[in-house]
Design a protein around this ligand. Structure first.
Ligand code: ZN
Length: 194
């Protein structure tokens, strides 16, 4: 953010940039929602549920999947949004050259060592993903896979605890609803027995 730019202008610029980059992508839910809904949901959780108004954190939330899931480069982000935001985005970007099991393990291992800004983005990301799994899950995910995701997300969030009590409580509230996925599993088991 340059000295003459307002934090709101900076944030809106990030939203416009991310919307452009993700414009052809869809979520995996049955309705195939626009991908940009996800980064906007993170920023909404941070600002309006967590009271986080640091423009670096909000912009990093908006941009958090641009390097991982679009053609965006770190250099491009740095030129547009500066080194601070870019550093946070890079902290929450998985190395797609690694297989998904290793990437998931590294998220657990790296979480405690991330900056406070990156930990906030991680926390909001996992809150949004658990909400999506409870209300609008990927259409081809069975209960087992959703339960695995809940367990993994809990391990990642264990590494960021102590960052924001309010958001951690929101995450825990969602985690406690894991039983709703279990019911789905029982229902599915019964369904396939008959
Ligand atoms: Zn995400």
């Amino acid at each position: 953010m340059s000295s003459e730019e307002s934090p709101l202008g900076f944030l809106v610029r990030a939203i416009a940039f991310a919307a452009e980059k993700h414009r052809h992508q869809r979520r995996k839910d049955a309705a195939a929602s626009p991908y940009i809904n996800h980064p906007i949901a993170l920023a909404n959780v941070l600002a309006n549920e967590g009271g986080v108004f640091d423009p670096v954190v909000l912009c990093a939330a908006i941009l958090h999947d641009t390097i991982e899931d679009t053609q965006t480069t770190a250099e491009e982000l740095e030129g547009m949004f500066g080194s601070e935001v870019t550093a946070v985005v890079l902290e929450v970007t998985d190395d797609k050259n690694l297989d998904s099991h290793l990437r998931k393990r590294l998220q657990i291992e790296h979480a405690p060592h991330r900056s406070p800004q990156a930990k906030l983005v991680k926390l909001a990301d996992k809150i949004c993903n658990l909400r999506d799994l409870l209300s609008a899950p990927p259409k081809d995910w069975g209960a087992e896979r959703k339960l695995d995701y809940f367990d993994w997300a809990a391990q990642v969030v264990a590494g960021v605890r102590g960052t924001h009590a309010g958001l951690e409580a929101i995450f825990d509230g969602l985690l406690a609803r894991e039983g709703e996925l279990g019911q789905a599993r029982d229902w599915a088991a019964r369904y396939y027995e008959h």
